[in-house]
Write a protein that binds this ligand. Structure first.
Ligand code: GDP
Ligand code: MG
Length: 209
């Protein structure tokens, strides 16, 4: 078996976007298949893990959610550093939240270049009748910046699984490209793991506390 088949991919994924767009809801829908109508202030975890197996490849996702720091404009590079992927969430009924996504794309591309895979989620599509972010504009923007765009509803469980699957597959491709480049550079390097395991230490204090 080759190293690529036996290794486990460990990926860090961050959720980014304005407060109340549904980041925590998307994560809880994906991990626990639950939805809550209340604003989820209780989840203060730094990240949740998800194990996947795609085409025989073992993948561990550490998906980082905020503890609400975005409301104080207090999310900096320490949150997204070493990320393999980012999910940029906006609320389709809130134009401001789409502007915020554009700002995040700029910042991430500036700081991490194309090493990070970006996907954009237009969330709350169950509220289509209240949409204020034009669908075509969002899709063409995403295409322009090299990010896949998904229409999601954490509430109705639409698009969530697809979004994580696409992101994961793109991260695997990117990681194997990088491994290949490394092997070409130095044929004696045997790659077993692409990344050290995500740190388990807690980096956050809740500023509102
Ligand atoms: P966060 O601040 O981005 O983490 O947002 P939350 O996950 O806490 O959600 C904020 C509010 O939006 C809560 O009241 C959720 O119930 C609601 N919400 C989240 N996702 C959806 C969705 O897909 N549809 C609808 N209608 N409401 C949602
Ligand atoms: Mg949240």
């Amino acid at each position: 078996m080759s190293a690529a088949q036996t290794s486990t991919h460990n990926f860090k994924v961050v959720l980014l976007g304005e407060g109340c767009v549904g980041k925590t809801s998307i994560l809880l829908r994906y991990i626990e298949d639950k939805f809550n109508d209340k604003h989820l202030t209780t989840l203060q975890a730094t990240f949740l893990n998800k194990k996947l197996n795609i085409n025989g490849k073992r993948i561990n996702l550490s998906i980082w959610d905020t503890a609400g720091q975005e409301r104080f404009h207090a999310l900096g590079p320490i949150y997204y550093r070493n990320s393999n992927g980012a999910i940029l969430v906006y609320d389709i009924t809130d134009e401001e939240s789409f502007v915020k996504v554009k700002n995040w794309v700029k910042e991430l591309r500036k700081m991490l270049g194309t090493n990070i895979i970006l996907v954009i989620a237009g969330n709350k599509v169950d509220l289509e009748h209240e949409r204020t972010v034009p669908l075509e504009e969002a899709e063409s923007y995403a295409e322009k910046v090299g990010a896949k765009h998904f229409h999601t509803s954490a509430k109705l469980n639409q698009g969530v699984e697809e979004l994580f699957l696409e992101l994961t597959q793109e991260m695997v491709v990117k990681s194997e490209e990088n491994t290949q480049t490394d092997n070409t550079r130095n044929s004696r390097v045997l790659v077993v793991d692409d990344e050290p395991p995500a740190q388990s230490s807690c980096c956050f204090t809740n500023r509102s506390a």
